[in-house]
Design a protein around this ligand. Structure first.
Ligand code: GRF
Length: 219
């Protein structure tokens, strides 16, 4: 098998998506390995989980730095120290400068809990519920300087059920996130998904192109 790509995961909180990536990467045939987990918050619960899984885990407290650029210089240095080739943001709640994003252009992924370009930003589930949409979901995309934009690698559609609350909808979408992110990272790290202009395309033609998700279901 080709050498595994080295992944640096950026987190700020509980790190459940991080755990799904660590679990996927523990399989011998996964095309990537987790080189490190970095958090801008020392109290992020995900740090202990990463360390418990034997992954180098470090806090780089953004509050210690006088500027965003100074914080990012340390972050960048840590990523390089760990030999990171692809950055995977997983609940990383720190706005990045355009310079940092450009430095990692086409080498930095993010997961967002909506079907982008719908519901960029925060409170995605509350806004989806307020709009009465029947399908929402999650997206893995390459990071660009504009928030929650960038070429889409993969998406999962998740139904909104009558009576859903933000919490029940978030729980349902999170289950999809935990399957989608390892899948999208594998496509990207293996070279099965590549950047072409302003989008990501799959190198092999896909079968089952006619499958659509209907909600409510067709009877
Ligand atoms: C996820 O919903 C992710 O889509 C969003 O932030 C949340 C992080 O959750 N970007 P976790 O830390 O991975 O559990």
């Amino acid at each position: 098998m080709a050498t595994k790509k080295r992944i640096g995961i950026l987190i700020s909180g509980r790190g459940s998506n991080m755990e799904s990536l660590i679990a996927a990467a523990s399989h011998a045939d996964y095309p990537a390995e987790i080189a490190c987990v970095l958090s801008n918050r020392p109290d992020a619960a995900g740090l202990a989980k990463a360390a418990g899984a034997g992954i180098p885990a470090e806090a780089i407290d953004h509050k210690r730095f006088s500027s965003r650029e100074a914080f990012e210089a340390d972050l960048d240095a840590a990523l390089h120290r760990h030999g990171v080739e692809i950055v995977a943001c997983a609940g990383f709640m720190r706005v990045m400068t355009a310079q940092f994003v450009e430095r990692w252009r086409d080498r930095m992924l993010n997961i967002h809990p909506s079907l982008l370009p719908a519901y960029r930003g925060l409170d995605t589930h509350a806004r989806a519920l307020a709009d009465g949409v029947k399908l929402t979901g999650c997206t893995v995309h390459l990071v660009r300087p504009e928030l929650d934009s960038g070429p889409i690698i993969a998406q999962a559609a998740v139904p909104v059920l009558d009576g859903d609350t933000v919490s029940t909808l978030a729980d349902r979408i999170l289950i999809a996130e935990h399957r989608l992110y390892p899948h999208a990272l594998a496509l990207f790290a293996s070279g099965a998904a590549i950047v072409s202009g302003d989008r990501v395309i799959l190198r092999q033609p896909q079968i089952n192109q006619a499958i659509s998700l209907y909600w409510p279901p067709l009877t």
